[in-house]
Design a protein. Structure first.
Length: 61
């Protein structure tokens, strides 16, 4: 087994770093989109649960 350190080209390292940055940006964008959707749907889900409870208490379910 020879010493293989330093055999990776600078261009290859730059491609790896740029790829990791792109993945990080995609994850950040998806997190923002999902957070917005959950933020908008949270009150709707709470309202739906409240309506179901009221209908159950009034024997309408």
């Amino acid at each position: 087994m020879g010493d293989r350190r330093g055999e990776l080209d600078v261009e290859t390292l730059l491609k790896i770093v740029l790829g990791l940055i792109a993945v990080l940006l995609v994850i950040e964008v998806l997190e923002a989109i999902v957070g917005t959707i959950v933020g908008l749907l949270g009150p709707v889900i709470a309202l739906a649960i409240a309506v179901l409870i009221v209908l159950w208490l009034l024997d309408r379910l």
